[in-house]
Structure formats: C-alpha cells, structure tokens
Ligand binder design. Structure first.
Ligand SMILES: [Zn+2]
Length: 306
C-alpha cells in the first residue's frame, strides 16, 4: 500500500506518520491511522524529504518504508578548514581560523541532573515509569546532539568550509599518553560524555557528508598544551579560568578555542607559515551559541569575552 504526498503527514519530532484512509469516509469518523515508528539511532528524521510512504506487511508485522529525495555527493561549500574541540563545559568549540564559536553543554548537563534525580525517586529502576524517563532522557539528549551538529554544519556551509577536523577523544577517555586522565568529573559525566561524543561525531559526519563536507578525526595529543598562535608547547602550561596564556608570545586565548584551532592546524599542515604576526584577538573572543529549548535549536548569544 503506498501513500503519496497528499495521503500522509509526517511528524519528524515524535517519529509519527499519519496515513490517510481516504476521503470517502464521513466527516465525523477518524480518517487516518497514526503510526509510530522506530529508526536506527543515527538516522536524522528532520532531514527527510519524503516523497512517498509505503506500508508493507511482512512477517506478521507492518513495516513503513519512506521514499525520500536526496542529493548524492554534493560539491563542498568551499575549501576552508574548521576545527572542533569537544569537551565537558563547552560541548563543542569550533575554530574557523580568524573566528570561533562555542557551544556550551549546559542544557545537556541540566537534563542529566533532572532525570537522575527523577529516576532516583522511582521505587524500581525497571518500572514503567523509570523506563519512560530513560526514553525521554535519550530523546532529549539525541535532540540536543542533532541540533548541535546541524548548527555546526550550517556555520561551515556559510563559511565555505570543505573540511571539518574533529579531535578524536578515543584514547583520551582511557587516560592520555602521560598517564594522567582528564578531569571528567564524576562517573556519570564520563558515561554521558563518552556516549554523547561518539554519537555526536556520527551525526556530525553524516550531516556534513550530505553537504559535501569531509570530516577528519585527528588525535587530540598536545592540542590543549600548545599555543595555536606560535606553536610553543609547554607541558606545564596551566589553563586558568578557561584561558590559555602563552608565555612565549603572550597570546591569550579561550582554552577550548585554542584547542580547536590546534586541531584545525593539524590538517592545514604547512599551509600557514605567515610569521605569526597575525591579529590573534579572535582566539580570546569566541561567539557563543546556546541551546534554546523552546525552538530546539542553537541560537547565537552576543559576543562575550570569557
Ligand atoms: Zn604562543
């Protein structure tokens, strides 16, 4: 059975589709079937351009097939390179080189706190109420990550970025080379962020690809300890109140932006060797985009100096 454009209404947010039963029924009768469906976790429903919905009866169950229009292999928006540094406080810091944007993870943390507290009040962690809370929490986390990856890819498209370089946290979660692990806060944070970073990278990769942007993972080694303006690496470099201060060239940078710019430069290779007399003020003055739960998207906040 197939439903053309006029015969269905898709609700991406709640993973539902309304299938029309036709126009012959009398007005007081319900003339549609509301179907709830599930997809693989990495599928972004909001990107679907559905042309047709098919209902297929197979192995004792009804399956929905969505026929979507999609663009294959689009040209990259440009040849720019952007770097992404993932972290706890700022979930993502993005450097475009000459400009930077921070995406704080506050609302993700607030959710986590809220749901952990709510769940603790459940008598039984496998009760229906607890299960419902878990599902809701996962849904909200997922939405946050979708909105974030979408916001970053949109910024990249606007700036003609063709390559997005992401710091790979894989090894760091186990503790980095020097044996010291990062301060991940309590164990709950570790669980959440391990999950969220993997998931986020997958979503970012998928959304970037659909815009022709290449995503590269690079090691995060030394990206937080080196000065992105002069290249000086200081193992004892202390980051204070989110600022990286270089003792050699006096550059002051937002620590996460400095990390993101170092990650970006890993792919730029020898492209930039312009003597270091550039204006580095942007390193200390990122724009900030905050998650707005009302619109479900990231919105820019005025320029701040952190
Ligand atoms: Zn420096």
């Amino acid at each position: 059975m197939s439903f053309k454009a006029a015969g269905f209404k898709h609700d991406a947010q709640f993973a539902r589709v309304r299938l029309s039963k036709g126009r012959n029924l009398k007005e007081y009768r319900s003339d549609f079937i509301l179907c709830e469906y599930q997809t693989r976790p990495d599928v972004d429903r909001t990107e679907w351009d559905i042309q047709q919905v098919r209902a297929v009866y197979k192995r004792d169950e009804w399956r929905l097939q969505f026929v979507c229009r999609t663009t294959i292999d689009p040209d990259p928006p440009g040849d720019g390179v952007a770097g992404v540094d993932l972290g706890i406080c700022n979930f993502a810091a993005v450097s475009f080189g000459g400009e930077s944007v921070l995406y704080p993870g506050g609302s993700l943390k607030e959710d986590e706190y809220y749901f952990t507290k709510k769940k603790a009040k459940c008598d039984n962690s496998s009760s229906r109420k607890a299960t419902r809370l878990d599902r809701k929490r996962t849904g909200r986390r997922t939405h946050f990550l979708h909105a974030l990856s979408k916001a970053i890819v949109t910024e990249c498209v606007e700036r003609g970025v063709g390559t997005l370089v992401v710091g790979d946290l894989g090894g760091i979660r186990e503790g980095d080379e020097s044996g010291e692990s990062r301060n991940w806060g309590d164990h709950g944070n570790l669980d959440l962020h391990g999950w969220a970073f993997d998931r986020f990278t997958t979503l970012l990769d998928y959304k970037a690809e659909s815009e022709g942007i290449d995503v590269e993972l690079v090691s995060e080694r030394d990206t937080s300890k080196s000065c992105s303006a002069c290249g000086q690496t200081d193992k004892t470099q202390r980051v204070e109140r989110g600022l990286y201060v270089c003792e050699k060239c006096d550059t002051v940078a937002n620590a996460d932006v400095n990390g993101a710019e170092n990650i970006r430069q890993k792919v730029l290779l020898s492209l930039v060797t312009d003597g270091g007399d550039r204006d580095n003020g942007w390193l200390a003055q990122p724009s900030v985009c905050l998650f707005d739960s009302e619109s479900g998207a990231f919105v820019p906040r005025e320029q701040v100096t952190s």
